[in-house]
Design a protein around this ligand. Structure first.
Ligand code: NAX
Ligand code: ADP
Length: 273
């Protein structure tokens, strides 16, 4: 932990791109989303919800048709089907072992574009094929699988595990937990623990993926110019996620749709201070 700098709300505020009068939906950035599966359609719904609430020019959902229908039922603002995007969010709510050929093809096509990419749960196996600036968002069990290690080893020193993963895999790693650790291959080390423990509930990570996806899509040019920006955005996503959870919780339980609904006011508060 000593190598890590705490990423503060003011740091996160500086990493929200506020639209300007000359912006349109494309100049703000389009996020492509390949998440969800027949088994876990809700993960796609939650990620898209959180991305749209964080602010992005457009979300294009490019997953299975049945999941796309669930996404659109909740969020008609999302656009279903392939098209040009500036960043990708891939892998929440899917199991890499049971990935369909169609999903595998969509992922391969996305990764070929060398765009800034967030890889979540069911897509960690693809990190070597992701040639754009890439951030992985594992929890402890997932990082243990990626590193062929054990949960106990990760839990013993999560900051060191995240740093080791970033250095050996050559990607940015956001290791999720009560404290989340962001490590970048260039020695970037940021930590955040803004979230209440009420956030330990199913779907919380799917929402984090959406928040981070939106921040990445709206900063794609900055990331391409300096890949270290990706780590700062990852830490900013953790701060926003934690503060939105705190606002939704108010000291009690929360659902992930409550968290998503709290994101806009969380951002406007951050920008006002
Ligand atoms: N609404 C949704 O669609 C959601 C989908 N989710 C998806 O669900 C999939 C699995 O995610 P995980 O993070 O659980 O994956 P993991 O593979 O890390 O966790 C599964 C492990 O938890 C253990 N386990 C299961 N139930 C348990 C219990 N009651 N008590 C103790 N241990 C238990 C299992 O034995 C297994 O080892 C991912 O694809 C994820 O994206 C989750 O994000 C939750 C919400
Ligand atoms: N005890 C805790 N306190 C605060 N935040 C937590 C706690 N446990 C988990 N979280 C946060 O909740 C999210 C859980 O993500 P993940 O394990 O991927 O869940 P899911 O797969 O259900 O979406 C992460 O952002 C993590 O940082």
């Amino acid at each position: 932990m000593s190598d890590y700098t705490i990423w503060e709300p003011a740091d996160a505020a500086a990493h929200v791109r506020v639209p300007e009068p000359g912006d349109d939906k494309y100049s703000r950035g389009v996020l492509g989303v390949i998440t969800g599966s027949a088994q876990y359609p809700g993960a796609a719904v939650l990620g898209v919800e959180a991305a749209l609430r964080t602010g992005v020019g457009m979300v294009r959902y490019v997953g299975p048709k049945s999941v796309g229908r669930a996404v659109l039922a909740r969020r008609p603002e999302a656009v279903a089907g392939a098209g040009r995007v500036q960043a990708w969010l891939i892998g929440s709510g899917m199991d890499h072992a049971s990935r369909s050929a169609a999903t595998g093809d969509r992922m391969a096509e996305a990764l070929r574009q060398e765009l800034p990419t967030v890889l979540d749960g069911g897509a960690f196996d693809l990190y070597t094929r992701s040639h754009g600036p890439t951030v992985l968002t594992p929890h402890y069990r997932e990082l243990a699988r990626v590193l062929d290690s054990s949960v106990e080893e990760i839990a013993a020193d999560p900051g060191a595990a995240a740093a080791h993963a970033a250095d050996t895999l050559g990607v940015t790693v956001l290791l999720k937990g009560h404290t989340s650790y962001v490590a970048g291959p260039g020695g970037l080390r940021l930590a955040s623990s803004t979230a209440p423990s009420w956030l330990a509930t199913a779907g919380a990570g799917d929402a984090l993926g959406g928040i981070l996806g939106a921040l990445v899509a709206t900063h794609y040019e900055d990331i391409l110019a300096d890949p270290a920006v990706l780590g700062r955005l990852a830490a900013s996503a953790c701060v926003l996620h934690g503060l939105a959870a705190e606002r939704a919780s108010g000291g009690g339980p929360l659902t992930i749709l409550d968290l998503a609904a709290a994101i806009p006011a969380t951002i406007s508060d951050l920008l006002a201070h």
